[in-house]
Design a protein around this ligand. Sequence first.
Ligand SMILES: Nc1ncnc2c1ncn2[C@@H]1O[C@H](COP(=O)(O)OP(=O)(O)OP(=O)(O)O)[C@@H](O)[C@H]1O
Ligand SMILES: [Mg+2]
Length: 362
Amino acid sequence: MVVGAVECRGFRNLAAARTPLGADVVVVHGPNGAGKTNLLEAVYFGLTGRSFRAGDDRDLIRYGEGRARVELELEGGGELLAALDRSGERRHLLSGRALSGDPGERPLVNVFHPDRLALVKAAPAHRRAHLDRLCGAIWPARADLRRRFGRTLAQRNALVARVRAGLGGAESLASWDERLAAEAEPLIAARADAVDTLAEPFSELGVRLGLDGAEVSYRPRAAGNATELATELARRRAEDLGRAYTSYGPQLDEVELRFGGRQLRRFASQGQQRLALLALLFAERAALLEAGRSAPLMLLDDVMSELDPAHRELLVSLLERGGAGGQALITATEAAQVPSTSALRIEVSEGSLANAPALRAA
Ligand SMILES: Nc1ncnc2c1ncn2[C@@H]1O[C@H](COP(=O)(O)OP(=O)(O)OP(=O)(O)O)[C@@H](O)[C@H]1O
Ligand SMILES: [Mg+2]
């Protein structure tokens, strides 16, 4: 599924801009502060209804305006509309109707953005959340496992706090141990399966990108079937009451990224962390294709500036041979940083897009 065109109104510095995007590789180039990241963010917003930057989504409404709005034309029919106003009210529609949440209705999206390096270098919670989203994308029937487990965990933790406060007996936790274990088992299995499908492409892409011995592995904090998990939760009840939280279960899982036998998080250079994130994003694309899903749209922001020429060429070749309907948008301060002969090039300057018909301001 390819995004054929994007139209923005009141979106950051893109006051009124439209451009075609229908190509495998789209290079978005222009000087610092021109609006390149904003254009990628607009596409992400059109697809997901959210920003990919950390912070308040309302920041994406253009200064002094009341509402940001992005429309994406999908090749083969359909259009996505995302809008957000200052009161926080959102709309996200596919051809005029609310999205159903069916994963086939819109393109999936993978983002490379400096904020996303947290995935490689920050605490395990980022990797768990990311892995769970990937599980949902690969196996839509598993998309809800994280939310269900999280809800049950919050309820058990609330009960732990009550019992600690003397408002109930420790036995009252028994039924929550079972419920939590029943939600934990499929979540652990899904994470294990997802890491399994990522492992090979991640190592392979890691090696190609120069990260020898790149490995991704799942380190579950809890293992076993639901009965075994419940037994262990029961065994640790006193400990949990002492600590005031649930100390056993997939809420404490780690997804470890290594290279050459060492943790990337602790030992990789900045450039290597970037390469690891790229390898992970491409590995996810491979995993999705392997599972018969379509290739995600790749939004690659600020990736070229830190790569040496050999890595730039390699990246372009990975993008050009994305195949299977793969599409990528990549930013660069200079067009020549993306050595592709077939790419569509969009020049951004002070919030306007060249190669595109002018729009009247809204
Ligand atoms: N809500 C907003 N309204 C108007 N302008 C905004 C808003 N948010 C950010 N901007 C401005 O948009 C401009 C372009 O930002 P953007 O991050 O897209 O630049 P860029 O082309 O990616 O630059 P760089 O090469 O430095 O990454 C910046 O000057 C930024 O301050
Ligand atoms: Mg930028």
